[in-house]
Design a protein around this ligand. Structure first.
Ligand SMILES: [Zn+2]
Length: 131
């Protein structure tokens, strides 16, 4: 994901992404997915950040993101500690990523170009041209 989107997520959801600059977690590498998923990551982040902010202050630091990446075509969003409402939100976002182009965020589907990725028709055509 490009730097300005990354920085904006970390700035807007400071509890959730408090470990962004910690080299002890894979999030140190950044958000390992395409820009097209930023809106769904942003929506998910807002949901979880609101849950965290409602917690007593000493509880909050347990609920941090460890890694965000694409795996087998879809979004994976890993937290150290979570609970049911958070898991439900994460699983909705992961399902949404399966029909959202990772490049541009338009409706997409799973494509197999030697590796699996979710792309819209336009980005799939572009991918095939490059091969
Ligand atoms: Zn696209």
């Amino acid at each position: 994901m490009r730097q300005e989107l990354d920085e904006a997520l970390v700035r807007d959801f400071p509890n959730l992404y408090a470990d962004r600059k910690s080299n002890k977690v894979p999030l140190w590498w950044g958000f390992e997915c395409g820009d097209g998923w930023e809106p769904l990551i942003r929506k998910l982040s807002a949901e979880i950040e609101a849950i965290i902010v409602a917690m007593p202050e000493k509880e909050r630091k347990k609920f941090r993101v460890k890694q965000v990446k694409e795996k087998f075509g879809t979004l994976r969003f890993y937290m150290g500690v979570a609970h049911d409402a958070i898991h439900a939100a994460i699983s909705r976002a992961e399902q949404e990523s399966a029909v959202t182009c990772e490049c541009c965020g338009k409706p997409g589907s799973m494509r197999n170009n030697g590796w699996i990725s979710v792309l819209c028709d336009e980005h799939q055509a572009e991918r095939q041209k490059k091969r």
